[in-house]
Design a protein around this ligand. Structure first.
Ligand code: AMP
Length: 162
């Protein structure tokens, strides 16, 4: 369990640490891998969500999955990626949340993943929660804890009682 004081400070206004769907770069399963490579190179990220036409989250496309696909074809050049679609390379979404306030879950997922997708009850993609946004909160907590709470080491407390 996260310490309630820490959780209260990290979780203030949970929606504000979500990068909204409108500004998240994405591809569709029917896009060619050549197009997906261009998108990934342009935005400079190593993985982006795969959405369907109704914005449902279908999978994730890591850059490494594109290079894996390329390496499967002997002597393949980048142009040959136009023969494959995102569906050939995308990976399943293993972790997601439906509520940005589920901080304990989000923190544990972010240990291993660079971002966590946020979806609604209909699996419609709402945005992502990134390590960077959460680290900004941790940075705020680290610098402002004593403005909100009085933190006294247990040792000092027990010495005073003795
Ligand atoms: P960051 O914590 O900012 O480095 O972001 C972690 C990961 O989240 C990036 O490597 C991308 O995979 C993903 N990401 C962050 N912002 C966006 C965005 N606007 N569009 C698509 N993916 C993003």
């Amino acid at each position: 369990m996260i310490d309630p004081a820490v959780e209260q400070m990290l979780r203030k206004d949970p929606k504000s640490y979500v990068i909204p769907a409108e500004v998240v770069a994405n591809v569709t399963a029917t896009n060619t891998l050549e197009h997906a490579l261009m998108v990934l190179s342009k935005v400079g990220y190593t993985r982006i969500p795969v959405l369907d036409a109704d914005d449902h989250l279908q999978g994730l496309l890591p850059l490494a999955a594109i290079t894996d696909q390329l390496l499967k074809v002997p002597g393949a050049a980048v142009e040959q990626l136009s023969n494959y679609t995102v569906a050939d390379a995308m990976r399943p979404v293993e972790h997601w949340v439906d509520d940005p306030a589920r901080l304990e879950t989000i923190l544990s997922y972010l240990v291993d993943e660079p971002f966590i997708p946020l979806i609604d009850e209909q699996q419609v993609f709402q945005g992502i929660i990134t390590r960077r946004e959460i680290l900004k909160r941790v940075n705020y907590l680290a610098h402002n804890l004593d403005e909100n709470y009085e933190v006294i080491p247990r040792q000092v407390l027990s010495d005073n009682i003795d």
